[in-house]
Design a protein around this ligand. Structure first.
Ligand SMILES: NC(=O)c1ccc[n+]([C@@H]2O[C@H](COP(=O)([O-])OP(=O)(O)OC[C@H]3O[C@@H](n4cnc5c(N)ncnc54)[C@H](O)[C@@H]3O)[C@@H](O)[C@H]2O)c1
Length: 348
C-alpha cells in the first residue's frame, strides 16, 4: 500500500526544516540539487536547516539528464560517503529532480528515506505528490520507475521567486489539467488568475491528492490525471531530440488541446467547451505547429504509453469541463484529424 506523504506548506514547511534531525533522526543528510537549484534554492534551504551538516550532490539540470547515468552518479556519491539505510536524501528541485531523486533513493540499499522540496510550480502542484518516481530510458518518458512515497513534501513558495516565467507557465498546465478533469471551478479560477497562479497552489494540490487517495496505484480513476499526457508525452519525447525542446507543461498543453478535440469529435465534450479550452491554452502558451514529419515521429511513440493494454492506446477523455473518462480508444484517423485541427487553430 502506498502511503500518501505528509504535506506542509510555507511556514509549516519552514519549521519542519528547522527541526529536521529531531523529527527524522537520520545518520547522514544528503541534499540533491541540480545546477540551477544549487545556486538559486540551496542558500535559502541552508538557512532553514540552521546548523545541520549535509553533503550536496549536484546533477545536471533538465529532462535530458533524467536517466540511469545520473542515477548511477547519485548512487556512487552516496556510496563514497558511506550513506547507510538511515541516511536521508532531500530532493531540492523541479519535477525532473524529484522524480529521479526519489527513484534513486528508493533503489539505494533497497530504499532510504527521501524528502521532497519542490522548487518549480509544476513540481509543487503535481510531480512531488502522488508517489510516482522514475527516469527516462532509451528515449521513453518515465519508462523505468516505481511507486514510492517521500517522508513528506514541503511546499515553500519562496522558491518560486527565482523561477522564470516560461517554467512558471509550464506548471500552470498541470493546474489547468486538474480543473479540466475534476473541478470546473478550479479551471474557471485559473482562467481568471493565471497570471497569479501561486494563490491556487493548495487547491490544485488538493485535487491531485483527492484523486490519488482514491486509487494510489492507478488501477482506475487515477488514470484521469493523464489527460493530455498520452499525446503530450509523445510530443515531449519527440521535441526533446530537436533544437527546440518543449517544457513538460507546454507539451501537455498541446496534448490537452488534441485530446479535448478527440473528446469532442469522438465523445460528448460540447463544441463551446472545446473552443474555450483551445482558446485558453493556445493564447496562454506559445506552441509550435506540427509538421507531417513531426506527426510521423510522434504517433509511433504512443505505442509505449504506460496506460496501454492489449496493444491498444488508451486515452483519457473529457465528458465535459470538470469531468473525465478513462480507457477511451480513438482511431488512427481521428488522431490524424486532431493534428489537422490543431494546425488550423487561428489563435496560435
Ligand atoms: N511524478 C509525477 O507525478 C509527475 C507529474 C508531472 C510531471 N512529472 C515530471 O516532472 C518533470 C518536469 O518538471 P519541471 O517542469 O519542474 O522540470 P525541471 O525539474 O527540469 O525544472 C525546470 C527548470 O527549472 C530549474 N529550476 C528548478 N527550480 C528552480 C527555481 N526555484 N528557480 C530557478 N530555476 C529553477 C531547473 O533546474 C530546470 O532547469 C518531467 O520530467 C515530468 O515527467 C512528474
Amino acid at each position: 500500500m502506498i502511503q500518501p506523504p505528509e504535506l506542509y506548506f510555507n511556514a509549516t514547511a519552514q519549521s519542519y526544516l528547522n527541526n529536521l534531525n529531531e523529527r527524522l533522526s537520520f545518520s547522514k543528510l544528503f541534499v540533491l540539487t541540480d545546477t540551477n537549484t544549487s545556486t538559486k534554492c540551496l542558500p535559502a534551504l541552508k538557512e532553514l536547516l540552521g546548523h545541520s551538516d549535509f553533503i550536496e550532490i549536484i546533477c545536471e539540470a533538465g529532462e535530458l539528464h533524467k536517466n540511469i547515468k545520473t542515477c548511477s552518479a547519485i548512487w556512487s556519491t552516496l556510496t563514497e560517503h558511506r550513506a547507510d539505510r538511515n541516511a536521508l536524501l532531500v530532493l531540492l528541485g523541479g519535477g525532473v529532480l524529484t522524480d529521479m531523486g526519489a527513484f534513486a533513493a528508493s533503489c539505494y540499499k533497497r530504499g532510504i528515506r527521501f524528502l521532497n522540496i519542490p522548487t518549480t510550480l509544476l513540481a509543487m502542484v503535481d510531480a512531488s505528490t502522488g508517489s510516482k518516481t522514475g527516469i527516462d530510458f532509451e528515449g521513453l518518458k518515465n519508462h523505468i520507475g516505481l511507486f514510492s512515497s517521500p517522508v513528506a513534501t514541503l511546499i515553500d513558495q519562496q522558491f518560486l521567486k527565482t523561477l522564470d516565467q516560461r517554467n512558471l507557465k509550464s506548471g500552470v498546465a498541470e493546474m489547468f489539467k486538474h480543473g479540466l478533469i475534476y473541478n470546473r471551478e478550479h479551471w474557471k479560477s485559473l482562467k481568471e488568475q493565471h497570471l497569479n497562479p501561486e494563490i491556487l497552489i493548495a487547491d490544485s494540490v488538493a485535487i491531485k491528492i483527492d484523486i490519488v487517495n482514491q486509487d494510489p496505484t492507478e488501477r482506475g480513476l487515477r488514470k484521469i490525471l493523464n489527460f493530455g499526457h498520452t499525446l503530450g508525452h509523445a510530443i515531449e519525447t519527440h521535441f526533446l531530440e530537436t533544437p527546440q525542446p518543449l517544457l513538460h507543461g507546454e507539451a501537455i498543453a498541446l496534448g490537452m488541446i488534441l485530446e479535448a478535440y478527440l473528446s469532442h469529435t469522438c465523445g460528448s465534450l460540447a463544441k463551446e467547451e472545446l473552443d474555450e479550452i483551445t482558446t485558453t491554452l493556445c493564447t496562454f502558451y506559445e506552441l509550435p505547429a506540427l509538421s507531417d514529419a513531426d506527426r510521423k515521429s510522434i504517433v509511433p511513440l504512443l505505442q509505449h504509453d504506460k496506460k496501454n493494454a492489449a496493444n491498444t492506446v488508451q486515452f483519457v477523455g473529457l465528458k465535459q469541463i470538470g469531468e473525465a473518462l478513462y480507457d477511451v480508444l480513438y482511431s488512427a484517423e481521428a488522431i490524424d484529424d486532431g493534428f489537422d485541427y490543431y494546425n488550423g487553430i487561428t489563435c496560435r
